[in-house]
Design a protein around this ligand. Sequence first.
Ligand SMILES: C[S@@+](CC[C@H](N)C(=O)[O-])C[C@H]1O[C@@H](n2cnc3c(N)ncnc32)[C@H](O)[C@@H]1O
Length: 270
Amino acid sequence: MSYDPKSIIQSYERNAEFEDASEKGRSLRVELPREFIWRYLRASDRVLDAGGGTGISAIMMAERCSRVTLLDITPRMLQIARDNIAQAGPSGKIDLVQGDITDLSRFRNEQFTFVVCVGDAISYVLDRRFQALDELVRVAEPGSILVLGCDAKFGFMRMKLAQGALDEALDILETSTSTCGMGPRTHLYTVDEMTTLLKERGCPVLEVASTPTFGDTMDLDGYTADADRWEKLKRLELALCTRPELLGMGLHLLFVARKEGRRAKAERDR
Ligand SMILES: C[S@@+](CC[C@H](N)C(=O)[O-])C[C@H]1O[C@@H](n2cnc3c(N)ncnc32)[C@H](O)[C@@H]1O
């Protein structure tokens, strides 16, 4: 199955308002990765937010770091991001760029000190995921943190089995691809695959999390309506989401990796 950028753009053009609402609202898929970002982001960081969507995370990051470049492939998502940034009171610290994570040639090598690609762009690029990872790593300065979120193979299989779709679960076992809720075809990663791909690119993984572990398969209405219960559920998810025995249960995985320094790379290349 080859990557088709047009189908991704069409899907996000159609669902842009819904996506904007989930970036702004109570969503474990969106909020848990942010908790990891806050753990590692430094005031001096120059951030690339790749597949940054309607800019809510970019606005939050810009309050805590030096500069954010939000890159996204979908014009409508960028238009909403522009409006959101204007409404937030523009900090002058966010640049918006239309582009594809498989080709970041507009950016210099090592231009950024913190690279975020959360929300599955790295899954939608299917067979081009190797180029996309090469690019995300290339634009990161040695020592940078990378935070990558993707669709999870075993979580998708569990969902299909719960829906009674045994053949689809077997197909995922074989192909590691499926169709996500929004419509695009998606590559489903295991912890091992992404850890290996990052390690091969000189980015050892520091943390892996299931984002979320339980929330994907729960009825969340009784939680999203109550701020107190929501915060408690989030605390519970955060306490458990990195437990090795639970990784991969949910539909999404999050990886935090650090690009090795020049000395480590020279030693590895010897
Ligand atoms: C689920 S949204 C995530 C938005 C935000 N990062 C978040 O986590 O809330 C995925 C975003 O990735 C963008 N996207 C998908 N494939 C992409 C690609 N190949 N290059 C750049 N952006 C892409 C979509 O347009 C969409 O805005």
